[in-house]
Design a protein around this ligand. Structure first.
Ligand SMILES: [Ca+2]
Ligand SMILES: [Ca+2]
Length: 454
């Protein structure tokens, strides 16, 4: 079962944990994923970071020598190692609390396959465990090299951790008045009260008591309500206020927070994006545009993340698309991209002077011969470039990722606007601090991200 919303996954996990208790249904476990860049994974020796769009989070670690290892400590009852397989992959040993549990695990595969489950340890008693992966430096005869890959680790958290996650998710729903109102449209107040009571009670009773409890029924009802709510939320939130119906749909749970003006879309560095389905109104028939938005980048994140992209439906790296990436761990740094459908015509990392934990207005204009970037209404870059066909008449917009599945952004975006005209520096500076009416000439998409914020 795939759920678009983390909260649903958490509630489902809770339901499954209650319903199944200790039943051995490994596939229904609540696997919690930790990406390869997470600080809970300790790498010893030289592990190279490999940027692969097919990997979870857009990267994985690789090493090929037995002097190197990677350690991951978790509290729970199960563990999975996620990595890529291929022709240049070799073997590894895996240790659980210093005991060798898997020897010469072979990552060789005649075809490249990403996000594969390389090894599973399941059915453990709930406890703290340390897993160590050691490349052996050896390979099978048909393999070209002996690389071992780590894309992510997954673990089965304790019942209490799952419960805490579910409670946190629901508490958040309760403290967002608009969200609470929307929930009430799909679920009776009585049922919501029953659910709140159930969640409060779950925190203080034994797991076994829950099995025969009527609260299980309440939880199932809640799950149904949240499903209905989620379907509606993802189709109606993040509306386009230009009147063109170019609404942004949430995938894998971008949320909302206090923004530059009202609410803003809040992105998770590890997963989730907003996508506008292809439409003719987002086509840019004259190959000219202005795209603008406020962004806010927090400290403490790593790597690149796509704040926004627009153009063709294919958001692939070399396609006819324009995008802006933020380098989370280098203050001020962006990557500016413009493609002509087969290759990139502009692609460069530049310092534009943005600061951490600060709202900045970024605008990009393209007039078929020059790509200009404005920061807070001031021109920062003017790049000569050829006339490229941006969207072939049918355009889309993506927020929060470089393209679907890679280089997720970890900050906020607010007041995003796409125009099929070139706005002047004076217009950009004059209107960046005020909301639009939505009827302005040339405005083809306008996202205020206020819907789910109080
Ligand atoms: Ca990864
Ligand atoms: Ca807003």
């Amino acid at each position: 079962m795939a759920f678009k919303n983390k909260k649903l996954a958490l509630i489902l996990s809770l339901v499954l944990l209650i319903a199944l208790s200790n039943a051995a249904l490994a596939d229904d476990h609540a696997w919690k994923r930790v990406d390869d860049s997470h600080s809970s994974i300790v790498y010893s020796g030289r592990w190279l970071e490999s940027e692969t769009p097919e990997s979870f989070g857009g990267s994985e670690r690789i090493a090929n020598h037995s002097k190197f290892n990677a350690e991951f400590t978790f509290v729970g009852s199960g563990f999975r190692w996620i990595g890529s397989e291929g022709v240049n992959r070799g073997k590894a040993d895996i240790y659980l609390n210093d005991d060798l549990v898997g020897k010469d695990i072979n990552l060789y595969n005649p075809v490249e396959e990403y996000q594969q489950v390389i090894y599973t340890i399941d059915g453990l008693a709930e406890d703290e465990y340390t897993v160590r992966i050691v490349p052996t430096g050896t390979k099978s005869d048909e393999a070209r090299m002996a690389y071992v890959t780590i894309d992510a680790f997954e673990y089965v958290p304790t019942f209490n951790e799952t419960l805490a996650d579910a409670q946190q998710a629901f508490r958040r729903a309760r403290t967002q008045p608009r969200l609470g109102e929307i929930l009430l449209d799909y679920y009776s107040a009585e049922s919501i009260e029953a659910l709140k009571a159930a969640l409060d009670t779950y925190g203080s009773v034994e797991e076994s008591v829950l099995l025969e409890s009527e609260k299980l029924e309440a939880t199932y009802r809640l799950l149904g309500a949240l499903n209905a709510f989620n379907d509606t939320r993802t189709s109606s939130a993040f509306q386009d206020l230009s009147g063109n119906g170019n609404h942004a749909v949430a995938y894998d749970g971008p949320s909302w927070d206090e923004g530059k003006s009202g609410g803003a879309a809040q992105f998770n560095k590890n997963i989730g994006y907003l996508k506008v389905e292809p439409s003719e109104t987002l086509g840019l028939p004259e190959n000219i545009y202005t795209f603008e938005a406020w962004i806010y980048v927090p400290t403490g994140l790593k790597d690149w993340g796509g704040a926004f992209a627009f153009g063709t439906e294919e958001h692939g790296a070399e396609r006819g698309v324009s995008r802006l990436l933020i380098r989370h761990d280098i203050e001020g740094q962006i990557y500016l991209h413009l493609g002509n459908g087969t290759s990139k015509v502009v692609g460069k990392a530049i310092d534009i002077g943005w600061k951490y934990n600060t709202w900045h207005h970024i605008a990009m204009t393209y007039d078929t011969s020059e790509l200009v970037v404005y920061v807070d209404g001031v021109k920062k870059i003017a790049e000569r470039c050829p006339n490229v066909d941006i969207s072939n008449g049918v355009g889309t917009v993506l927020f929060g990722a470089q393209n679907i599945g890679t280089r997720y952004y970890g900050g906020m975006v607010d007041e995003a606007r796409l125009w099929n005209i070139v706005r002047t520096q004076e217009e950009i500076a004059e209107y960046m601090n005020q909301e639009l009416t939505g009827t302005e000439a040339g405005l083809i998409g306008y996202w205020k991200f206020d819907e789910l914020y109080k």
